[in-house]
Ligand binder design. Sequence first.
Ligand code: T3D
Length: 266
Amino acid sequence: MPNVSPSFETLLVDTSDAVVTITMNQPERRNALNRALERDLIQALTAVRDDPSARAVVLAAAGKGFCAGADLTSFKPGLTGADIEHHILNAYWPIVELLATMEKPTIAAINGVAAGAGCSIALACDLSVMAEEATLLQAFSNIGLVPDAGSSWFLARQVGYHVAYQIAVEGEPLSAKRCLALGLTNKVVAAEVLLPTAQGWAQRLAQRPTRALGFTKKAMHKALTASLSETVHYEAALQARCFETEDHAEGVRAFLEKRAPVFKGR
Ligand code: T3D
C-alpha cells in the first residue's frame, strides 16, 4: 500500500492497492491555484513519485471545477512581472514536471472546467478522462496573458500550430466532445462514473510492468523533440534497462508457461 500522507490542507489523498488518488479540495474557487494548493500538490506528487509501492496516480478535483488556474485574488497591486516569472518556474513547473515525468502513469479525472494553468496541469497528465460537461479553457488571453505552465507545448504538439493558436487566442471553452475529437483527452464519460472510470483504469495500469511504462513515457517525450535516429538510439538504451527488470523476466516466463504475468513494478 502506498505510503503517501493522507493529511493535507488543500488535498484529499486516498490510496487503494497501488493507486493514489489526489483530489484538489478547494471547490469554492473551482480549485484555483493558491500557494497552499501548489505547495500541497508538489509535496503529494513528490511523495508518490518516490514511493515504489505507488504504481499509478489519479488527479481529481472536488466540486464543479477541476482547476481554475491562477488564483486571481492573489494578483495584488505591487506584484511584478519578475514575481510572476518566479512563481511559474517555482510553483507551476514542479507540478507539471512531476506529472509529466514521473515513472508511473498519471491520469486526470476532469470533472469540470480546467482553465489557464489548470488546463496545463490537466494536459501534463499522461491520460485523462473528462466528464461530459467538463471543459478545457485556455483562459490566459481572456486576461491578457500568454499560455504558461506548458500549455503551448502540450497544445501545439497535440493539435498542431493552427488549431492550437486558435484555441489559445480565442479563449473559448472546449467541450469534452471536442477535446476527445482533438486528442486532448482519452475518454468522455457521465459525471457519476468519472472517478470510478479513472480509478479503474489506474488499477489496471498499476498491475502492468511499471518500469516499462515509465521508460515508455521517457521514449515518447524524447520522440517529441528528437530525430528518428536519436529516438531509436534512446529506445535501445531504455530497452537495455527494461531487459534487466524482474517484470520483463516474469512477462517472458508467464508467456512460456501459458499463464497471466504477475508484475511487481520492479
Ligand atoms: O503567477 C501566475 O500565477 C501567473 C500565471 C497565470 C496562469 C493562469 O492560470 S491565468 C488564468 C487564470 N484563470 C482564469 O482566468 C479563470 C477565471 N475564472 C473563470 O473564467 C471562471 O470562473 C471559470 C470558467 C473557471 C468557472 O466559471 P463558473 O461559471 O463555473 O464559476 P464562477 O461563478 O465564475 O466561479 C465560482 C467562484 O470561483 C467565484 O467566486 P464567488 O463569486 O463564488 O465568490 C469565482 O470568482 C471564483 N473563481 C473562479 N476562478 C477563479 C476564482 N477565484 C480566483 N481565481 C480564479 N482563477
